[in-house]
Ligand binder design. Structure first.
Ligand SMILES: *Cc1c(COP(=O)(O)O)cnc(C)c1O
Length: 348
């Protein structure tokens, strides 16, 4: 049973954190009085304006309630039912969306590929796309990558450009699951446009929930032709939110103040601190490079159990323990966790 009254914050997931206070305040302000519904309101217009300014292009922007809906609808929007999407075997769209992309895509198929550190390589994309080109198999149409990946790693700018160029060369669209795009941007420290459309990303699902910005995630089409009729698809799927201003006012406020980036920088910093503290403890292995807000470790089985007994919550994923930092993770939380891990190591 989760114990959210515990004195410290958990490392279970960045979805466990609440909204940043400014986000809640922006929601409260937008809540006053009446405003027209379904996104025809000044807060949504401001959020769209801010996103276009951030990406320095006239992209098409659609807010939806969850990251799963964003991925599923974005992929369905650019695929026919006979198309396939090349993705990593650990991709959220493959392992954690209950088949939502296939459901929305009405026959669409995911072609999974293994790759080091949660990433696809140009060679693996080429090989997968070349496997079958006959009418009896799905037709490859999209490459989907996660940035940050599900194991907390990042495609460097060069790796991203190489994936984009490969997709383009093969005539495939590029979809980016950016549930943690902010964390990627915070580390890579490159302009948003370089990490998206300039690297040939056609559609980005940009996460707000895990950042503490808002409840909603956003689908951004850089190739505007791909957004044709998307408005109808979103409505049919039940993701045109009537009181959209309550979702978009926090986005507008945190994009304007820069707090969204600050959230991501802070979470990444906490992850790096946690990593370096854990590295110093014998018998702990760090499984992946820590490049965003996740630390994957391999703890002795007895420690995992003992830490849960002490009230810590975290998930065992990808052959290890996943520790996620959030916008509100505090140095004291890291210190308290490390103290308890040390107690396991000392057998006390
Ligand atoms: C959390 C997450 C999502 C979206 O999750 P929802 O719970 O549907 O909001 C999508 N992709 C990745 C990589 C995620 O970690």
């Amino acid at each position: 049973m989760s114990d959210h009254t515990a004195p410290h914050r958990q490392f279970a997931s960045d979805t466990w954190a609440g909204l940043r206070p400014e986000a809640l305040q922006a929601m409260q302000e937008a809540n006053a009085g009446h405003a027209s519904a379904y996104g025809d309101d000044p807060w949504t217009a401001r959020a769209v304006r801010q996103l276009r300014a951030l990406f320095e292009t006239e992209c098409e922007v659609f807010f939806v309630a969850t990251g799963t809906a964003a991925n599923a609808l974005a992929l369905a929007g650019i695929c026919q039912s006979y198309h396939s999407v090349i993705c990593h075997a650990d991709a959220h769209i493959q392992t954690d969306e209950c088949g939502a992309p296939e459901y929305a895509g009405k026959g669409l198929k995911l072609m999974t590929v293994r790759g080091p550190e949660g990433k696809l390589t140009p060679a693996a994309i080429r090989e997968t796309a070349a496997k079958r080109r006959d009418v009896h198999s799905h037709k490859p149409h999209v490459v989907s990558i996660s940035q940050a990946t599900e194991v907390g790693t990042l495609y460097s700018l060069e790796e991203l450009q190489a994936v984009g160029a490969t997709a383009r060369e093969l005539g495939l669209h590029l979809h980016m699951d950016g549930a943690r795009f902010a964390n990627a941007l915070a580390t890579l420290n490159a302009p948003a446009k370089a990490l998206s459309w300039q690297a040939r990303v056609d559609v980005l699902c940009f996460g707000g929930a895990k950042n503490g910005v808002a409840l909603a995630d956003v689908i951004i089409f850089f190739d505007r032709a791909l957004a044709a009729d998307f408005e109808y698809r979103r409505k049919q799927a039940g993701h045109l939110v009537s009181k959209l201003r309550l979702f978009t006012a926090p986005w507008a406020a945190l994009l304007e103040s820069g707090a969204w980036l600050d959230n991501a920088q802070h979470a990444n910093r906490m992850a790096r601190t946690l990593e370096s503290e854990l590295r110093a403890i014998p018998d702990i292995r760090i499984l992946y490079p820590v490049q965003a807000n996740a630390v994957f470790v391999k703890l002795p089985a007895a420690w995992n159990h003992a830490l849960h007994e002490r009230g810590w919550h975290f998930y065992t994923i990808a052959d290890g323990e996943r520790l996620m930092c959030s916008w509100d993770t505090q140095p004291e939380d890291v210190a308290a966790f490390v103290r308890d891990v040390r107690a396991c190591a000392d057998g006390t």
